[in-house]
Ligand binder design. Sequence first.
Ligand SMILES: NC(=O)c1ccc[n+]([C@@H]2O[C@H](COP(=O)([O-])OP(=O)(O)OC[C@H]3O[C@@H](n4cnc5c(N)ncnc54)[C@H](OP(=O)(O)O)[C@@H]3O)[C@@H](O)[C@H]2O)c1
Length: 292
Amino acid sequence: MPAHIIDGKAQAARLRATIASDVAKLAGRGIKPGLAVVLVGSDPASQVYVRSKAKQTLEAGMASFEHRLPVHTTEAELLALVTALNHDDAVDGILVQLPLPPEINADSVLRAIDPAKDVDGFHPINVGLVATGTGGIVPCTPLGSMMLLRSVRAELSGLNAVIVGRSNIVGKPMAQLLLKEGCTVTVAHSKTRDLPALVRTADIVVAAVGRREMIRGAWIKPGAIVIDVGINRVTDVAGGSRLTGDVAFAEVVQTAAAITPVPGGVGPMTIACLLSNTVDAATARRGNRAPG
Ligand SMILES: NC(=O)c1ccc[n+]([C@@H]2O[C@H](COP(=O)([O-])OP(=O)(O)OC[C@H]3O[C@@H](n4cnc5c(N)ncnc54)[C@H](OP(=O)(O)O)[C@@H]3O)[C@@H](O)[C@H]2O)c1
C-alpha cells in the first residue's frame, strides 16, 4: 500500500490559524508581536523567502519590519542594526536571512541577536538550551518537521532515527529533538560509509542534504516514516523549473508508511513555526503569560 502523504500545507494552515487566534487574544492585552527580517543583498531565493515571511506575518495580525540592506553593507553596519532591533520594544523576533555576503561573518551577527528575540534559534545560548533539553527557542525547520512526524506517530520513543545531513540549522537540532523523544539517533553526512545500509535500519528517516532525490526507494525499511527537508530546484527539458526533495518520492512512497512531499511538506511548516516562535518570544518577554 502506498505511503500516507503528510500534508504540510494543510498542517501549516491550521497552525497559522491558531497563531492568528493567539495574536488576536494578545491584542486584547495591548500586545502586538513584531517580527523584524533583515536581508542583505539581492539573492533571488532569499528575496522570495523574505517576502513570504513578511506576508504571512501580516496575515497573522502581527507587525512586520523589513530591513533590506545593500550587498555592500559592512558587518559593523549590520551589527548596529541588530543592536537597534535588540533595543526596539516593538520587535519580539529578529531574523537575519542567510546566507550573508562572504565579507560578513554570519556567526558574529547571529551571536549579536538578543537570545530572547532569536526566533530562528541559531544563537549559541538557544542551541545549548535545546541540546540540553532545558528550553530555548527551537529552530523552525526541525520544529516543523517534528510536528509533521508527530501527526502520524504520537509516540516516538524507542524508534531508530537516521538523519542525513549534519548542518547547524537542520541536522544537528533535529538530532537533539529526536533524542529528547527517546529515539536512537544516527546522524549521517558526506563521510558516512554505506549510507543505504544505514538508512535501511531507520524507522524514521530525515533527509536534509540538498541533493535531489538522493535517497532511493530500496534504502527504505518497509513502514518507515520519511521526512524530506530538501529543497532542490530542477530545470526540465522545456526550460521550466520545479522543486524536488532529497528523497526519490515516486520510489519511496511505495515502501514507506508515511512521507512528506516536496513542495507542500516541511517548507510551509518552517514559516508557520517562525510565526509561532515570534508569538512565544513576545509572551516570554512579557513574563511568559500565554495568550488568552
Ligand atoms: N524546507 C525548509 O524549510 C528548509 C529549511 C532549511 C534547509 N532546507 C533544505 O534542506 C537541505 C539541507 O539544508 P542544509 O542547510 O542543512 O544544508 P547544508 O548545510 O549544505 O548541509 C548538507 C548536509 O548534507 C551532507 N551531505 C552532502 N552530501 C552528502 C552525501 N552524498 N551523503 C550524505 N550526506 C551528504 C553534508 O555533509 P558534510 O557535513 O559532511 O559536508 C551536510 O551535513 C537543502 O536542500 C535546503 O535547501 C529546507
